[in-house]
Design a protein around this ligand. Structure first.
Ligand code: SAM
Length: 232
């Protein structure tokens, strides 16, 4: 399913953008996304086990996981990942198995390798979001979860117009402003074995969402029967 357009992102633009962001990223995006990150980590820890953080960036989330979780991190930006390596050393994070420069759309992990795949503020920065989600589903074990934090674009109105207008500038900064939630539901509907478990509005301004997808199979967990929470 390819829904790319001229103003969409490419990996060259994104790596250039995050090389510029790396020195100041935590200062600019640390506090503003803190609540979302804590919610995503809590969701991931409910599953536990071996967790892949895609687009781990400066590793800002890594110290907040319990030491019981085994963590792997990948990012396309070497300067962002260097910050993550410094953080792992600084906090003595012995539960981090490794950090690798890798493209989210082409993960060099075997099938069914992780209990959880977490991607915080990443899907709207990759050139092919649906192909990237396919890759997450591939490396996820049956019974595992994909946990996303994502910007969700407005469907209509002034915000929709502003997002459309701002998109060319946002592209140079390394992300999309336009991204409908329908892309996520469509992906789950068309992907065998994957289902949407939860959508929860997140700050700032409720323009972001925590999204959970489950992969069929594996042991049944107590919350498996939970209905979709569609807030925002
Ligand atoms: C907005 S930052 C989010 C960083 C971190 N997850 C956080 O919570 O702050 C997006 C990250 O995704 C990475 N990224 C973008 N495209 C990627 C790709 N195709 N593969 C892997 N990482 C990518 C960027 O380099 C950047 O570190």
């Amino acid at each position: 399913m390819n829904t790319r357009s001229e103003s969409d992102l490419d990996n060259h633009t994104v790596t250039k953008a995050y090389a510029r962001w790396a020195p100041v990223y935590d200062l600019v995006f640390g506090a503003v996304f803190e609540r979302g990150r804590h919610a995503a980590i809590a969701a991931a820890e409910r599953v536990g086990g071996r967790i892949l953080e895609v687009g781990v960036g400066t590793g800002i989330s890594l110290p907040h996981y319990t030491k019981d979780c085994r963590l792997c991190g990948i990012d396309i930006s070497a300067p962002m990942l260097r910050k993550a390596e410094e953080r792992v050393a600084e906090f003595g994070l012995s539960n981090v198995e490794g950090l690798w420069v890798m493209d989210a759309e082409h993960l060099s992990f075997p099938d069914n390798a992780f209990d959880v795949v977490v991607a915080q503020y990443v899907i709207t920065t990759v050139p092919n979001p649906e192909a990237t989600l396919d890759e997450f589903a591939r490396v996820l074990k049956p019974g595992g979860e994909i946990v996303l934090l994502s910007r969700v674009g407005a469907e209509a109105g002034l915000r929709r117009s502003l997002e459309h207008w701002f998109q060319p500038a946002a592209r140079k900064l390394g992300w999309r402003t336009e991204f409908s939630f329908e892309r996520y539901t469509r992906w789950a509907t068309h992907t065998a074995g994957m289902r949407l478990i939860e959508r929860r509005a997140m700050p700032p301004f409720g323009h972001f969402c925590l999204i959970r997808f489950g992969k069929d199979g594996g042991a049944v967990r107590a919350d498996d029967a939970e209905p979709i929470r569609a807030a925002g």
